[in-house]
Design a protein around this ligand. Sequence first.
Ligand code: ADP
Length: 586
Amino acid sequence: MFGLFKNRPAAAPEAAASAPAAPAAAPAKPAPLHGLMMDRPLLISDILKHAAANHAGAKIVSVRADGSRVRHTWPQIAARAAKLANALARRGVQQGERIATLAWNEHRHLEIYYGVSCMGAVMHTVNPRLFADQLVFILTDAADTHLFIDPTLLPALEAVADRLPPTLKAVVVMGEAGSVPGQGKLIGKVELLSQEALIADEPDSIDWPVFDERCASSLCYTSGTTGEPKGVLYSHRSTVLHALTTLQVDCFATSAADVLLPVVPMFHVNAWGIPYAAGMAGCSLVLPGPRLDPVSLYTLFEEEGVTGSAGVPTIWTALLQWLRANPEKRFTNPPRFTVGGTALPKPINEGFLKEYGVRIMHAWGMTETSPLGAVNVRKAENIDWDEDRWLDYSKKQGRPLFGIELKAVDAEGHEIAHDGVAFGELLVRGNWVAAQYFNRTGDDVFTDDGWFRTGDVVTIDALGVMEIVDRAKDVIKSGGEWISSIELENTIMGHPKVAMAAVIAMHHPKWDERPLLLVVPKPGSNPTEAEILAFYEGRIAKWWTPDAVEFVETLPMTATGKVWKAVLKKQYADRAPTTLAHAQTR
Ligand code: ADP
């Protein structure tokens, strides 16, 4: 329905006949009085220079594939980034050229983040969990000339060796010196190099070039769960402003004394900007590699003194369940977490806060918004709410950060009432929001009057705080009215026997669509359908109660760690509702 929304026409110009007589010539406008301040472009190289010059005491801890850890300082990262840029320049890499990465969160990836962008080339992060066809599409669309790859991911690339784009000149393996498999050989027709060998003899300093802050710095494709992946091309200016904003107390609240562990992958939306924000703040970073299981994360939190972390809800859900199963494991100093990507179920938030003293901040964003657009943190109107009232409220996605504007419109394009009840499509604009996709034109998600249509269906309340009801494509349309799959999922996550849940629409002969609930039970528990459905009583409108429950062992996940509803919808396309009274008698 939102796809049909057209912008309201501009007001008609006054008829010429009724125009008043021409006024006397207006006095000439004075020339603008510019401020007398230095005008320096916002460039990522300044972040790196700042961190190296002022924060040599912070540590960059990186976990290798075998679990061992390697340590660097910001000056060492800056030196290695300079060596990399010198090596790429020697290979003829030009400004604006795309350099891809297929890698986990580790120090070489951080060096590529800085080295490639600071030299003026474009760092293109590729998601290792993509399917072969998507991988080939993305590398071809971006016309990458070099691909840096973690050794563990080489088999995925070898599988598409004969379909690599003709632009690709080299695949550079990111392993330890001397341990790079196949060095000097070919992948398809492309030569295979080692990152360590490539940079070994290069100078460890460089005069980073100064250029227009609007130049492209990095590229990330949307995950393509709803069609072809689309490239979002970030600029130096947007990246610096986004990182600067996330440092605020009412966002990541990052200080130089912090130790941040981004669980969010560096291959998706720049790990929420944390690699840049950390350099700006000059704090320590712990890069966990591919091991994101609760034991590995908890060990890093404790042994490295992590103070803050960010990830999707599935990561925190798994960690909480593991902590509860291992009661002797406590946090010496409870870190603070940021969660986003999908809705944060209240029981997870509540469990961490009340049992472990861990505060979770709920944030909203998209690949197209760099990603952070809104955060839910207390403000003047609710600073005195008690913890329980606040926990209830924390399920909302939040209010805009400075630099971002949000509004929600109905099907006719009118702004909805800010009453927390009316809903509409969320539109966003701001200094780090995409204005267009890479290599494409004519996408109608970019409106003529400068907004980006998110596809999220939301309410906005009297405090200006936004809550996602659903993604437009996931909402369940029952008898002409909407049911929020997110609300049903969040509610049932409070059931003691539920480990994970997803709600999708299934076809119903009378109501068009009705909710089907998929439940992954907690290990050792054996819930019944009746017991699960009874939990909804009094917690939601009765007619929202799902019409059937399926118990499953796992749920399919997208490349960005969300339940993959498109797959579930296909899988359960023929699932018929069980004839439950509430569905018939609404
Ligand atoms: P993809 O579109 O490939 O899933 P994105 O990371 O760009 O990748 O996803 C953006 C979408 O994720 C948003 O439009 C929204 O639907 C969802 N999302 C992001 N943050 C939240 C959140 N805190 N709560 C609920 N949904 C969220």
